[in-house]
Design a binder for this molecule. Sequence first.
Ligand SMILES: [Zn+2]
Length: 293
Amino acid sequence: MVIDCHVHLNKYHHEANAPTEVHLERLRDQMTKYNLEHVMVLTSYTVNPERPSVEQVAELINGDPRILLVEGIITQNDRPTDLHALEERLKTGRVRGLKIYPGYEHAYPSDRAFHDAYGLAAKYRVPVMMHTGDTYSAKAKIKYSHPINVDEVCVDYPDVNFVLCHLGNPWLRTTAEIIYKNHNAYTDISGLVLEEFEAKMEAWMKQQVGDLLLYSGEPDRILYGTDWPLVRMGPYLKFVDDLELDPEHKALLLRENAIRLFRIEGAATEPRAKRHNVEAPPTSSAENEPSPS
Ligand SMILES: [Zn+2]
């Protein structure tokens, strides 16, 4: 079984006219086809006809325990995130993580605009995912999405787990260092291509992901995600197969790391041995306390 921690119900290109319900049905079909146990649906940094709000998505999901919600934080828009409403969604478990979009919102991860969201993430022990690396929109600014900026918030918010989405691509070496150094830094492998891999690109990416795993140590903080529907699910699972990980490490990447990080109920994992090269995480850290709720 596999957990895809990074999918969207936004409408891109050709699918733009179909209602969100249709996208959700397509997602459920994909889950069945590829044997996905859970998916995390990430909402956007803005709400418009192509990008449904967290309320809309929550209503459509309607408590389906296989589909979990990660709320995109909106700070630069005329309809910023209502933090009280967000707290309610965290309290009830409707929202299982937050997502910030520094490159798209032209704000560093350390910007005060995100401070209160980080406080809620610490209080409810949910991770903060963030877009890092190259951006999908030419209007975004990559100085804000460079993975080097995540070190600062990892240090300043030690009780929050941060996920550098997309491996910080193309700055995978920087991402390797961030997750090597900071016990509260994770990364996901989503969105490395659009649609599917071209052979040369796939070989290059495999090499780089191998290097990242080698440098950062045991793969206990790397997550499987696709960025569907921007990426096709079949080629992505094949990409992971081709990484030639040993079965234990493959299970961590495809499933168990996500279970620990998002505290997904009903799924037990073995406790992980502490790595030799990091300080012990604080006791409030989510990764120490697997799934009481
Ligand atoms: Zn994405």
